[in-house]
Design a binder for this molecule. Structure first.
Ligand code: ADP
Length: 385
């Protein structure tokens, strides 16, 4: 029996990524992206126009949304704040609550809100919000709390939220399937290494630590983001260089990370430069690996032992040299990559550690769209029973 598809929308401030897929079979019926939404001179004035363009693109590919029996729309929402801990059916109140979170994610949530508003006008089916923060709503208070005045933190909802949660949850579940063990009995670390990078510690399927914080700037070295710096850096840059807080935000989010250290944010270009003997590229690689080792060591201690370490996203899935360098530095702790398995190129989840290694190391391709599409399907199923 062919099941009806779910439309997955990932609306940013100036782009709309879409995928039409069947959650039960993972069959992707169509996908694409509309860019330059609302930019000067762009033919796409707003998210409603972007949806229209999406429908035109789908029609050109032979997909008519009016006849595919669309089941639901799943919306990726970056920030769910302290209260959205699960995928949630969107009604007017929920939409208002997502708007209320805009101060926590000024770059991300406005696009999602516009996308949701336009899509609710267009498609008369259930709309479900899937939050990037939700998987980390289980962080213990000791992990989620910044050591700043309590009243201030509570009043302004300042805490560690974590991001990429949909990916960390998907990968930790897929890794348990890969090793053929019960999710509930596994201690796991997941490394999501793409343009944005984050690590998580997952005990029995429940997230207990993650590297991102109030915003996606904290933690690992990323393509253009610094990750962890001394918070005193802001004062230094302001008093010594006269930089405004906006300048500093741009510096740390857009001009730092691999790009800041080596001039390139794409890991493939970094590798080319490193191979050509570029010192700055080598140092950037070393800093990237060092930061990862630092987090893995911390998570190993927090978890009190580790069963599976998984690599995912663009860099994690495709860069054997990075995986090998990381494991080499941690050999004394039981991380041993098998060189042959590590060099296999594949789109499937696979183990890359030797059979005898105490910790299983795996490459587990993430699929955030599939994870998002499954949620509305699950909610609708549970409601109809
Ligand atoms: P995003 O966070 O935007 O979803 P991706 O998960 O697509 O990012 O990851 C982008 C990063 O993955 C880039 O640094 C890119 O160089 C790297 N990457 C993608 N494909 C490959 C590949 N085949 N080999 C090495 N690195 C790759």
């Amino acid at each position: 029996m062919s099941e009806a598809p779910v439309l997955v929308l990932n609306a940013g401030s100036s782009s709309l990524k879409y995928q039409l897929l069947v959650p039960e079979t993972a069959e992707v019926q169509a996908k694409g992206i509309v860019e330059r939404i609302g930019e000067p001179g762009s033919p796409v004035a707003d998210h409603a126009a972007a949806l229209q363009m999406m429908e035109d693109n789908l029609a050109a590919a032979g997909v008519d949304l009016d006849t595919v029996d669309l089941r639901a729309v799943g919306h990726r929402v970056v920030h769910g704040g302290p209260d959205f801990c699960d995928p949630t059916i969107i009604d007017d109140d929920v939409l208002d609550e997502i708007k209320d979170l805009i101060p926590l994610a000024p770059l991300h949530n406005p696009g999602a809100v516009s996308g949701i508003e336009a899509a609710r006008e267009e498609f008369d089916v259930p709309h479900v919000a899937i939050f990037d923060t939700a998987f980390f709503s289980t962080l213990p208070s000791a992990a989620a709390t910044y050591a700043i005045p309590r009243d201030l933190a509570q009043k302004y909802r300042i805490r560690r939220y974590g991001f990429h949660g949909t990916s960390h949850q998907f990968v930790s579940r897929a890794a348990a399937e890969l090793v053929g063990r019960d999710l509930g009995e596994l201690n796991q670390i997941v490394l999501h290494l793409g343009n944005g990078c984050s690590a998580s510690a997952v005990r029995g399927g429940v997230a207990v630590e993650t590297s991102m914080g109030l915003t996606p700037l904290q933690g690992l070295v990323m393509g253009t983001r610094s990750g962890d710096v001394d918070p005193g850096l802001h004062t230094f840059l302001h008093t010594e260089l006269g930089m405004s807080i906006g300048d500093i935000d741009t510096l740390l989010n857009k001009q730092s990370g691999l790009k800041g250290m080596a001039g390139v944010n794409d890991f493939r270009e970094l590798e080319e430069r490193r191979a050509a003997g570029d010192e700055a590229a080598q140092l950037a690689f070393d800093v990237y690996v060092h930061r990862l080792q630092h987090y893995i060591g911390a998570y190993l201690a927090l978890l009190g032992g580790l069963d599976v370490l998984s690599f995912t996203a663009g860099v994690g899935e495709n860069n054997p040299a990075l995986r090998a360098a990381l494991a080499d530095g941690l050999g004394g702790l039981g991380f041993h990559v098998d060189p042959e398995l590590n060099n296999v190129r594949s789109k499937s989840a696979r183990v890359i550690s030797a059979d005898s290694a105490p910790i299983t190391i795996a490459v587990v391709p993430t699929n955030e769209e599939l994870a998002i599409a499954r949620e509305p399907a699950a909610i609708l199923k549970s409601r109809s029973v």
